[in-house]
Design a protein around this ligand. Structure first.
Ligand code: 5AD
Length: 350
């Protein structure tokens, strides 16, 4: 099949086969330019020119899990922190002034941030600010998710990391792919706007595995999709394993995800900037429509090191937002007003 034929199938919402996704992932030269242009067009036509800002607060680097790639894994000796509730709320109150319309509370799987504590935080954020609340706190039981929902949680984000059963098992000794997918199903069925995604380039991953992750992810009916390159962290068992792909593949993956998930929110994630500075802006021109400035208070930032080279550790939220604003305005883009709800819910008139 030619690339033009694949694009025609995409226009007609005809599901792609694995070989066709691989074909897009290996595109080069003029075909690659076509792929990026198409992703930008679909983004503009289906999601408009708004770039939504989701301020992320990394509330805890304690984690009960020992994932082999992750810099905050349980067995790594490092300084641990938890941000006090009042400090989290103080940050939230200041976010709207910078154009941020959603706060994302993210952290390791840390029982200190219990069902009750998080529930109370969500309720207070809603009472005291105009922010939509996304939680990204890993695998919890259905009762907990239900309570958070009842307290006003709008969205939940948790990557499935890889749809390849063996790769998942090797990298995540404390969980299973089935368990994680079950959490996502519970959240989705509860009416929570649900996001997921995967790592690109886990050790041993092939281009077919990546294509399979893209297809798998696109079948989950997600509201948000966040992906990023695997970056070896020196303090982990994967310190010396290399990402098997070259960098361009991660840009291609985002473009293909946009083509297969036309109305999904797709963030330009931080890990891209760690491997190629400035690439988050490039992603916003090749399919992405969400930017996530770091809102973690500076004193904690250096300790939330999922991977090395995280950008913006010394930039204030205001600095990173105003820098982006200038670049976006030059391209006729602007920050989204309002919470930037999932289009799945908007379409249903909810
Ligand atoms: N490289 C890139 N991303 C990582 N994450 C964790 N460790 C790494 C790493 N070494 C990602 C995981 C997780 C998200 C919060 O951070 O995909 O879901």
């Amino acid at each position: 099949m030619t690339t033009e034929e694949i694009f025609r199938n995409i226009d007609a919402d005809t599901p792609l086969r694995l070989a066709e996704v691989v074909q897009l992932l290996v595109a080069e030269g003029s075909l690659l330019r076509l792929l990026y242009e198409k992703a930008d067009t679909v983004r503009r036509e289906c999601m408009g020119n708004d770039v939504f800002l989701r301020g992320i607060i990394e509330i805890s680097n304690h984690c009960r899990n020992d994932c082999l790639y992750c810099g905050i894994r349980r067995s790594r000796a490092q300084e641990r922190y938890r941000i006090p509730d009042e400090e989290i709320l103080g940050v939230c109150r200041k976010l709207p002034a910078s154009g941020v319309t959603t706060v994302v509370l993210q952290g390791g799987e840390d029982e200190y941030f219990s069902r009750e504590r998080i529930g109370q935080l969500v309720e207070r954020i809603h009472r005291e600010t105009t922010l939509a609340v996304t939680l990204s706190l890993g695998e919890r039981d259905a009762k907990t998710y239900r309570f958070w929902r009842s307290q006003g949680m709008d969205r939940y984000f948790m990557r499935f990391e890889t749809s390849h059963g063996n790769l998942f098992k090797t990298a995540h000794p404390d969980s299973t792919l089935a368990q994680r997918l079950q959490c996502l199903t519970v959240l989705h069925d509860m009416g929570v706007q649900t996001g997921s995604g995967f790592l690109i380039g886990l050790p041993g991953e092939t281009i077919e595995d990546l294509a399979a992750d893209i297809l798998f992810c696109s079948r989950l009916e997600l509201d948000m999709i966040g992906v990023g390159p695997f970056i070896p962290h020196p303090g982990t068992p994967y310190s010396c394993v290399k990402n098997p792909f070259d960098l361009e593949i991660v840009f291609k993956a985002v473009a293909v995800l946009r083509l297969l998930n036309k109305r999904c929110h797709i963030p330009a994630t931080t890990a891209f900037d760690a491997v190629a500075p400035g690439s988050r802006l490039r992603l916003l021109q090749q399919g992405a429509n969400v930017f996530m400035p770091n809102a973690t208070p500076p004193a904690y930032r250096g300790h939330y090191e999922l991977y090395p080279g995280k950008p913006g550790v010394d930039l204030s939220l205001e600095e990173s937002v105003s820098g982006l604003q200038q670049q976006l305005t030059a391209q006729g883009r602007h920050f989204g007003i309002g919470p930037g709800e999932a289009t799945r819910l908007r379409d249903k008139g909810k």
